[in-house]
Design a protein around this ligand. Structure first.
Ligand code: CU
Length: 125
């Protein structure tokens, strides 16, 4: 009898532990709306400043589909506002992109948009 109760308590403790671990995994991945309420638009380059991102966090790009896009580029593409061949282009207007560890660069490649600050560089730990 006592042994049975003990094993039931062990099971309860294990379940609790699994729930706690599950929760902390869940809490660790954050979701950020790029540009806040203004969304993904011109002069967003300063938006990442002061925030700390982690690999696995999700960036949400909200914008009018057809008015802008989101292109995942490399550092050179970010700096020059040019789109390297084979870059992934997102066009839904509500794109969710998971951050990779290290530097992540995104631009809008509509003519002159990136040049007008529609670009972000995000460093994920
Ligand atoms: Cu744009």
């Amino acid at each position: 009898m006592a042994q049975e109760r003990g094993s039931a308590m062990t099971t309860a403790a294990l379940v609790l532990l699994m729930v706690l671990i599950g929760h902390s995994e869940f809490a660790r991945a954050a979701t950020y709306t790029v540009g806040g309420t203004g969304g993904w638009t011109f002069n967003t380059a300063g938006w990442p400043r002061g925030k700390s991102f982690r690999a696995g966090d999700t960036l949400v790009f909200n914008y009018g589909s057809g008015a802008h896009n989101v292109v995942a580029v490399n550092k050179a593409g970010y700096q020059s506002c040019r789109t390297p061949k084979g870059s992934k282009v997102f066009t839904s207007g509500k794109d969710q992109i998971k951050l990779a560890k290290g530097q992540n660069y995104f631009i809008c490649n509509y003519p002159q948009h990136c040049e007008s600050g529609m670009k972000i560089a995000v460093s994920a730990a």
